[in-house]
Ligand binder design. Structure first.
Ligand SMILES: [Fe+2]
Ligand SMILES: [Fe+2]
Length: 158
């Protein structure tokens, strides 16, 4: 049985693959459009469910609060990049430039979670908590996927 840390790392590996694939797309192609939308929904849902589980617990622990706040502020930064990408014409050179910046920041974020944040949390959290958080994450993520999908529909109506 895996705990929250293994579960989150599994998602991160999926995100790394998706970024790699997106990096190989060009212009206003259907592949880029489809892959980007998939990535946006997946990463938004991952970050939201991560905040509702692991980071919710970390923010309540004085020993882990600072690390938690750091990660949550990086989520906001990534979210802003994703919004900017949604609002930029995919065939413009600006899209790729912003994508590269976002990719760099996001890869840094998940590397840092895996190398610095998760080990500190793993040491501090009480026995049983990482397993329970994993169940909660599995529970929350599908709902967050639906919310992220809706985000697209609402914006399309603007
Ligand atoms: Fe994160
Ligand atoms: Fe993460």
């Amino acid at each position: 049985m895996s705990d929250i840390f293994d579960r989150l790392k599994k998602d991160h590996d999926t995100h790394r693959d998706m970024l790699e694939q997106l990096g190989d797309t060009s212009g206003d192609s259907d592949t880029r459009k489809t892959l980007f939308e998939k990535f946006r929904i997946e990463v938004s849902a991952h970050a939201a469910a991560e905040e509702e589980t692991l980071y919710a617990v970390m923010l309540q622990d004085p020993e882990l609060r600072e690390e938690g706040q750091h990660s949550v502020s990086e989520h906001k930064e990534i979210d802003d990049f994703l919004e900017e990408l949604q609002d930029t014409d995919m065939s413009s050179p600006g899209w790729l430039a912003t994508f590269k910046k976002m990719r760099h920041r996001y890869e840094h974020h998940i590397d840092e979670e895996e190398q610095d944040i998760f080990p500190v949390a793993e040491k501090q959290l009480e026995k049983g908590v990482p397993d329970a958080l994993k169940d909660k994450f599995e529970d929350r993520k599908p709902a967050e996927i639906e919310r992220a999908k809706e985000g697209e529909r609402n914006e399309a109506l603007d």
